[in-house]
Design a protein around this ligand. Structure first.
Ligand SMILES: *Cc1c(COP(=O)(O)O)cnc(C)c1O
Length: 427
């Protein structure tokens, strides 16, 4: 097959207008869809025929944008969700239910950690967290007979650890379960986890994919490679008849390429309804059209800022996976040779008060609870997202009181560095 390059896919994949049709993806702002006969609608409800009937489950605008992300990741099927949180919840809950267990990386995004450790535990699921750099023995020991999935982030937010996707995929597959990778920070421009053995990819499209801080959203992509029937007893939801759809067996009827996303749409989106609005999907697509042009600039600015900080006498440490000497540099080079992301963490000598003073003096970088935006922004976790913790608790969570997280935007690196330099000078 003649595979298009990623930049061409960012611009064109997912929607090919016919003669005289709109050039831009149309926003289908309709909750419902009209049919000539009840028999036709009945076939849609039985999943006998493709078609739209209600935007709580599916919408054509969303599907065009999902098809683009599917092409970017090299998957077989994809769906948009209302947020990254919804994407990760659906991706896990589609295969792991009450009484099941999941192995997850301990450095995952705080929102996902909370979703797993608090909310999904209340639903009867069990989780074991392992460090992304744990030993093979520790990883092996995390599995239980009821384990149904392994979960990690290509680049963790905000820990900036890099997942050894091949190693985690091999462990998952040895135990007959899929590897789910949240690829939000790397984006498919910098890393395509399916090429390294991952089975399902999720995204918070809120970040680089949208890229302009305009809309919250998520996406789930299936590689179509995981053989549910080879582990039929572990995944009855995919390999036995669904009574709510006239006894359809998803893996049989929709094949390995379509089963996961069809089940996720037909059951979870139907029942929870965390769909992305078609308006937001349209905005997301505008972001995707330039993702391949923006990502190199975010990475370039991240590296320039990281190098400047590393050499600065008032900076205690710098964490950036593409920076020479970083703990995860080799893994980043392997999985993301063209760049990782634009997010840099560093410490300001003098602790909590020095970090706060530094941020107060910044002029270009705005203080925000956000990352991966066109505009540079920064956050002091100790006084914002983690402010309920004392210094000891912070250190246990891997966050030092002096840590600043900076998300480098698309501005000129010289201006960003000048801004950081003047703010450091004033403390
Ligand atoms: C932001 C983020 C999420 C959550 O996404 P929302 O769109 O905010 O719901 C999940 N995973 C990662 C890696 C994130 O950065």
């Amino acid at each position: 097959m003649n595979q298009q390059k990623i930049g061409t896919q960012c611009v064109q994949a997912g929607y090919t207008p016919g003669n005289g049709e709109p050039r831009q993806i149309p926003i289908i702002q309709s909750t419902t869809f009209k049919y000539d006969t009840s028999e036709h609608m009945g076939r849609l409800f039985d999943l006998e025929e493709n078609g739209y009937f209600y935007t709580r489950l599916q919408n054509p605008t969303n599907d065009m944008v999902a098809a683009k992300i599917c092409a970017l990741e090299g998957g077989t099927a994809a769906m948009l969700t209302s947020s990254g949180q919804a994407a990760n919840f659906y991706a896990i809950f589609n295969i792991a239910n009450c009484g099941d267990h999941v192995v997850a990386s301990s450095t995952i995004y705080g929102g996902t950690f909370n979703l797993f450790q608090v909310t999904m535990r209340k639903m009867g699921l069990d989780f074991t967290f392992v460090a992304p750099d744990c030993s093979d023995e520790e990883l092996e020991a995390a599995f239980k007979p009821n384990t149904k999935a392994v979960f990690g982030e290509t680049i963790a937010n905000p820990a900036l650890t890099v997942l050894d996707i091949e190693r985690f995929a091999a462990a998952a597959h040895r135990h007959g379960v899929p590897l789910v990778v949240d690829n939000t920070f790397a984006t498919p421009v910098n890393c395509r986890p399916f090429e390294w053995g991952a089975d399902i990819v999720t995204h918070s499209t809120t970040k680089y994919m949208d890229g302009h801080g305009a809309g919250v959203g998520g996406c789930i992509v299936d590689s179509g490679k995981f053989d549910w029937f080879a582990q039929a007893d572990k995944f009855p939801g995919l390999t036995t008849p669904d009574a709510s759809y006239h006894g359809v067996t998803y893996a049989e009827k929709f094949g390995l390429g379509g089963a996961f996303i069809t089940k996720c749409t037909a059951q979870l989106m139907r029942d929870f309804g965390s769909i992305q609005s078609p308006q937001n999907a349209f905005l997301l697509n505008l972001g995707l059209e330039s993702l391949h042009v923006r990502m190199p600039r975010h990475c370039e600015n991240g590296l320039a800022v990281a190098r400047f900080l590393k050499a600065h006498p008032k900076v205690s440490f710098v964490t950036f996976p593409s920076l020479e000497g970083d703990k995860y540099y080799e893994l980043a080079q392997k999985y993301m040779p063209n760049g990782s992301c634009g997010v840099v963490s560093f410490g300001v000598k003098g602790g909590r008060s020095a970090a706060e003073a530094f941020m107060k003096h910044l002029k270009l970088a705005a203080i925000e609870t956000h990352v991966a935006d066109a505009r540079t922004c920064c956050l002091h976790p100790a006084s914002a997202t983690h402010r309920q913790m004392n210094d000891q608790e912070l250190i246990a969570a891997g966050i030092t009181p002096d840590l600043v997280r900076m998300s480098c935007g698309l501005e000129d690196a010289e201006d960003l560095i000048a801004d950081i330099a003047q703010a450091l000078d004033q403390i």
